[in-house]
Design a protein around this ligand. Sequence first.
Ligand SMILES: [Zn+2]
Length: 289
Amino acid sequence: MAEHLVFVIGSDDDEQIQLVTENIGQNCRITCRVRGETFTADEGDFFEALSTVRRRALEPKGLIPFCYGASLNVWPSGMARDMGQGLSAYKMQMGLPASELVGIFDQGPDVIPSRVEQQAEFAKEWIGSFRNRRKVEGYVLTLKCRRCGSKFPHAIFSGDTDMAIDGLISLTSVERKELVVGELSAHEWKLEDAERISAACERISAALARTDLRPVRVVRWQKAQSTRLSFAAFRKNYKPPVGVYSCPKCGGEAKSIQQQSWSELMTSGGHIEPFGELKLHDPSQFTQR
Ligand SMILES: [Zn+2]
C-alpha cells in the first residue's frame, strides 16, 4: 500500500487529493479522497484505475490531478501495464518512439494536465504519427464456386505503382464471410511463387491461432468472348478476360459475382482483418460495377 498526495488543477487554493494504491487480488485499487469524499476504483492496472478516478470522481468536479498519469503527453505501453502494473508510463513526442518512463503519480514541470479523453486522443495520434502503416487499396470480389456452390470473399489489391501492391496477400476464411489481409515476410519472398502464399498462410494462421484461413489462387483467365469476330466487332464487344479462382473449400472453380469496396464488405456483414502494419483504404474514385 502506498499513499500519494497530488495537487489538483481547477481549484481556487492549493488543494490536494489523496490517492492510496493497493493490490486486491488481481486488481489494482486506487482509493481517492477528495473534499471529504472517498472514491474507489479497481482496474487491471494503476494507470487504468487512475483514469477511472479522474473520470468518475474528479472531472465532474472540474478537477485534474497535477501528475504525469494525467498529463496529455503520457501513456503507458502494454509492457508498462503488464509488468509494472501501470505505475510507470512513457512521455510521448509526435513522430518519435517512446523512450522516457515517468511515474504516474510524480509531478514535473512538463506535466500538461488533461482530461482522460484528451489524453487518449493524443495517444492515438501519437501511435499513428510514428508507425508508418502501409496503405492498402483494392476491393473485394465475392466468388462463387461452380462445384460446391459456396460463396466467399477474396481481396484484389490495386495501386498506382507495383510497390503499392508488392507482397500483399489475401487469405479467405472457409467458415465465415471474412478476409485476412497480410504481407509476405522477407523469408517468404525468397520462396518459389507457389510456396509463398502457403508459407504466409501458415505463419499468419499460427499467429492468429486460426485454422480456417486458406489462400485463393487464380486458376486461369477465361476469355469473355469468341475471337472469331471482325476487328470492328471485337473492339465494340470486347470484355477483358475473367479470372477463374480456386475454391478454398472444395478446390473447384469459382468466378466473381460481386465487387465491393473494403467498407462495403464490412457494412454488409463481412469482415476484413489487416494483419501487421497495414491500413485499409478505400480508393475515393471507387465505383461499384
Ligand atoms: Zn467449392
